[in-house]
Ligand binder design. Structure first.
Ligand SMILES: [Zn+2]
Length: 163
């Protein structure tokens, strides 16, 4: 289950919330969110984690961190063939980063509604209640979104964290 960079996953797979990886990052002192970038061959080419607390960076969400690395590492044409897998549906900021970075496919585990239910209004998990699908629908190019997926595993990572 714990696949590192260079591991393979099916490009059409249902989305893997990377429970073990995310749990490890939670132990690092950050919020338990993670994201992966997978190329057209199903190869994991980048991993992102949430760094809001440890980097004192309000923009340090896993998907935005991943897209920051992605646009430095790959050209937009390559990124247009990649899929971003994320443990939770991208927020407005992250959906923007995914859009501007030209990744055209997103697979998420927990929906925004579900993470809101889990965090129970915890101020460390503020939300803008607009779905990633709503944001991508306003773009000049299409971004395909699939989710929610693997809810049981994705919920388990958050158990007791937000209490
Ligand atoms: Zn975000």
């Amino acid at each position: 289950m714990c696949l590192g960079v260079g591991s393979r996953t099916g490009p059409e797979g249902p989305g893997d919330p990377r429970g073990r990886d995310v749990a490890f990052r939670r132990a690092n002192g950050n919020h338990p969110f993670g994201a992966l970038l997978v190329d057209a061959d199903g190869e994991v080419v980048l991993e992102g984690e949430n760094t809001v607390l440890t980097a004192h960076d309000c923009t340090g969400h896993a998907e935005t961190n991943l897209m920051r690395m992605a646009s430095k590492s790959f050209d937009p044409e390559f990124l247009s063939r990649c899929t971003l897998y994320t443990s939770t549906e991208p927020c407005a900021m992250c959906a923007g980063a995914i859009y501007w970075g030209n990744v055209r496919r997103v697979v998420f585990a927990l929906s925004q509604e579900e993470i809101r239910r889990i965090t129970g209004g915890n101020p460390e998990n503020m939300q803008l209640t607009i779905s990633s699908r709503e944001i991508f629908a306003r773009g000049d190019h299409k971004v395909h979104v699939s989710g929610p997926h693997l809810l049981e595993q994705a919920r388990a990572v958050h158990e007791g964290f937000w209490d």
